[in-house]
Design a protein around this ligand. Structure first.
Ligand code: ADP
Ligand code: ASP
Ligand code: MG
Length: 410
């Protein structure tokens, strides 16, 4: 008997009809002779709505209470799905993250899974039940408080459950057909990838491709869990994310991210230790700095620019404003109207010239590049936010092959 983990995202459980159709699909998988663990997200944009409510009652919602609130979203969808499955005559029960034995560290809002005690889930599976687990949540065993795993965290729940239970399959059901060469909402003729390697998927997810949460891909790679990302609306196969992909185009895809903000500290004296103090202070405040650019020093002073998540913009700005007089720097400004566009593909390693093509394509459209960063398989440019969709479409047209590569037969 095979054990499958199926994860259904927010749109897939967005209303009563969709919950009923997920219920039939789950019961179908069980009727095919599988043991089934289902991980669910909150319905539709319910998590956003809860965050909005929290912000209406508090300017800085207490992290523990915010997690108490947000975990309610997945609790609603898991119990509704259990009721719908029950009506179809199958044995089923729903469990919160805590009841399912998902243990995390104590970082509210961004908790990391430290261990999974799978015995309770296994016990119910062995009794022939379908087990539904609330995504996106766990419990800190020291404080016994519930935690959330970060936005999109139900993907991480599913992969971690699949690894802990040694599942035969981990299916991520979503509102698109799989992983495309760019966000299909921005590039209508983006191509569905049959396969993508963990390595490329990690870079794509880190660069804003929201179809999989980055940490879920890290987890999948570490524990060798192959993921099948597919549509919850039909039966066609989607995209396999696994160790190595057969499709070896030079560029796998284009990603974009509008969730960051850029800060620039001007006129910083070019002395040893300044960058360490600036970024040390930001790190101490738990702010994740992404791209960093320091200009060539002119007359002993330089500018340092970096990006942070928009949510951390105000906190990062306050830290910089405090440090400006200490550094005897010129000042600081923040620009939230930026976006990052990235070209990703392991084939880049052996194909020089991609960066030049990317910069030329943006230049031809008079799209100005504010910052550039690279890894061995990714090039990212920061541009103004209002040009980002045009940039993605342009780069997709220039750099992503139109058709599947022709397979060579020996
Ligand atoms: P779920 O609620 O199922 O977790 P998400 O909204 O988190 O769904 O992820 C699916 C969305 O990811 C799609 O609706 C799509 O707009 C977006 N997306 C961005 N880039 C891509 C890509 N390259 N391929 C597929 N989807 C993408
Ligand atoms: N409901 C959570 C979110 O919106 C988790 C998820 O959907 O994966 O981020
Ligand atoms: Mg998601």
């Amino acid at each position: 008997m095979a054990l499958v983990v199926q994860k259904y995202g927010g749109t897939s459980v967005g209303d009563a009809d969709r919950i009923r159709s997920v219920a039939s699909r789950v019961v179908g998988a069980a009727a095919d002779g599988n043991q089934v663990v289902v991980v669910v997200s909150a319905m539709g944009s319910f998590t956003d709505e809860l965050i909005g409510l929290a912000q209406q009652v508090s300017s800085h919602p207490a992290p523990r209470e915010l997690d108490m609130l947000l975990t309610a979203g997945e609790r609603i969808s898991m119990s509704l799905l259990a009721m719908a499955i029950h009506d179809l005559g199958a044995e089923v029960l729903s469990l919160t993250g805590s009841q399912a034995g998902i243990l995390t560290d104590s970082s509210h809002g961004e908790a990391r899974i430290t261990r999974i005690r799978g015995d309770r889930v296994r016990e119910h599976l062995d009794q022939g039940k379908i087990v539904i687990v609330a995504g996106f949540q766990g419990v800190d065993p020291d404080s016994r408080d519930v935690t959330t795993l970060g936005r999109g965290g139900s993907d991480a729940t599913a992969v971690a459950m699949a690894a802990a239970l040694d599942a035969d399959a981990c299916e991520i059901f979503t509102d698109v057909d799989g992983v495309y060469t760019a966000d299909p909402r921005v590039v209508p003729d983006a191509r569905l990838l049959k396969e993508v390697s963990y390595e490329d998927m990690l870079e794509l997810a880190a660069s804003g491709t929201g179809v999989l949460m980055m940490r879920s891909v890290e987890f999948a790679r570490r524990f060798g869990v192959a993921l099948h990302v597919r549509s919850s609306f039909h039966e066609q196969p989607g995209t396999w994310v696994k160790e190595s992909a057969m499709e070896e185009a030079i560029i796998t895809g284009i990603a974009h991210d509008v969730s960051e903000s850029k800060l620039t500290v001007h006129g910083v004296p070019d002395q040893p230790g300044v960058a360490a103090r600036l970024f040390g202070n930001l790190a101490d405040a738990g702010i994740n700095v992404d791209m960093i650019v320091q200009n060539v020093s002119m007359e002993g002073v330089t500018d340092i620019s970096f990006t942070v998540p928009k949510n951390d913009n105000a906190a990062a700005l306050a830290i910089c404003e405090r440090l400006v007089p200490e550094f005897r720097a010129g000042g600081v400004d923040a620009d939230p109207n930026i976006a990052r566009v990235s070209v990703v593909g392991a084939g880049m390693r052996s194909n020089p010239g991609i960066a030049a093509t990317m910069f030329r394509a943006l230049g031809d459209r008079a799209i100005n590049i504010h910052m550039i960063s690279t890894s061995s398989i990714r090039i990212s440019c920061v541009i103004t936010a209002d040009r980002v969709e045009e940039a993605v479409r342009t780069l997709h047209e220039e750099l992503v092959p139109l058709d599947e590569p022709v397979e060579e037969h020996a």
